[in-house]
Design a protein around this ligand. Sequence first.
Ligand code: 13P
Length: 256
Amino acid sequence: MNRKAFIAGNWKMFKTRAEAQATVRELVRLVGDGREVDLVVCPPFTVLWAVREVVRGTAVQLGAQNVHWEEQGAYTGEVSVSMLLDCGCRYAIVGHSERRQFFHESDEAINLKLKKVLSTELLPILCVGESLEQREADQVQEVVLGQLERAMKELTAPQASRVIIAYEPVWAIGTGKTATPELAQEVHCILRRWLSNHYSDALAAQTRILYGGSVKPENARRLMAQEDIDGALVGGASLDPQLFAKIVKETLTNIN
Ligand code: 13P
């Protein structure tokens, strides 16, 4: 396995311009030139440009938390791929559970977004994950594979090979309850097997699958040690540059 580790911080609806710039300045200082890992921050749209000014030429890359599927038009409140590229983004999160849950984002919309993102040089981070009720009803596999299948509908192999997947069990997001490394590994393995069956072993072997849900410095190492966990999508802990840099360090320790 030679998948490069990938750690992304999803800042959600936090940080003004001054806070955002101070956070990434400190992050850059702490991680130095650590390019053994793809390190990404996904700030709110309003500070993308300000964060870009700080991270330009450093090891920290930029991602967005959401994107619309149309090139441009009368879509109040939405942001297009060209706008994200213009701000220096290389990644866009698609289908985060908070978008699905609070903004009623459907699998069809997620599919359109993925296709749009993949028509540009942006790389999508596609989120899937089950709720607590679904886990308790023993529906994990059915739910995550259903989400994956509908999101990736009609994607060609070259398109699919550019998708980064994030498994984020909804019950573990912001709750302090992390999936055990073994539980997470089980789902990552199911997701990778699906890629293998629908595309190829080679595509499955090169796809990065991240875990998200209460990732902290204390649990990062054991999660990353799992064979099919290639990185993390970090919420709360990514707001603090010290904690986020520690997660990066734990991941690198594990790789080396
Ligand atoms: P927390 O790390 O705060 O649980 O958030 C995870 C998440 O939703 C990342 O996208």
